[in-house]
Write a protein that binds this ligand. Sequence first.
Ligand SMILES: [Zn+2]
Length: 321
Amino acid sequence: MSLPRIFVTLLFVAGVMACNHNDSSASGSGNNDPAPRDLVNRDIAAFKNNSALSTSITSYDQSNKGVFTKVFGGTSDSAILDYFNTRIHYFYTASELKKMTISPSRFRNSSWSSDDSPSDDSDSKSDVVVGASNIGMALWLMGLLDGVTVVINAEGKDLTVDSSRFGLMEIGPGYMLTEHTKSGRAFTIPAAYRQAILLHEARHSDCTGGISNADLAILRNTTSMKSMQANYKNKKCGHMHSICSGGDYAGLPGCDDIPWGAYAVQLVYLKAAYGSTSGLDNLIMRAGIIDTASRLQFDADDMFAGKFGDPDMSSSGLRQP
Ligand SMILES: [Zn+2]
């Protein structure tokens, strides 16, 4: 099944990081890394009882007008976990998802999210990999567009996709513990870098401001991703990505045109957690901050200065009119 690719985290792995992700099996990147779901669980657990992380986040929040609290509802580990657990409930790799039944098995109104050219296919761009993807948001929206209730049979249970916060995340091949330099040397990615991906994906579960029948009609009448990007205005529902106009991700849906979207949330977390890391971890976090900031195709300083208002972290469904 082809699902919209605009609720994903794209990661650039060229430069210091060479690509070692051709194997997208469930066993990780082909080394001794834990299985992807175990790694996600480990990263979620690492939010808890981490005094260096907590100190760093509190200090960041205090010196940045409480922006962390505005996004995540607080600086404590329980606030961050509440934010995450409200929005993400299930996570699987692509190969695990393939074993599940999704009903319906295809959607009629899907051309709005189809790629215009082969170059839009991030999987075929060797330097860019998917870190994770919010499949739940995509399925909820596809269900609304087709006027059907989407049901997933996962591990013997029928799960109804009844809201944008259904919270099903696909763990991508870029979600990994161990990365390799171009010379082949292995190094470890810090947990905070991946935690930022989890919090990014969680943001895609928010249909902020709701979605109207008029919005759905526009999407049904849209025949390509390019045309969607030009004509569809309600990107806050799902915090849909925009096509990057330049840089490493040019032509890919790896940027945000609206404030307080998934990359902004990711950036706030990376900046807040940065102070808890040292050595190589610190450099990787810095690279992540620069990379994530480059995805914001508006003035991020204006956003942090409050010129677009505080982040609206609410979510609703279909609204009238
Ligand atoms: Zn995303």
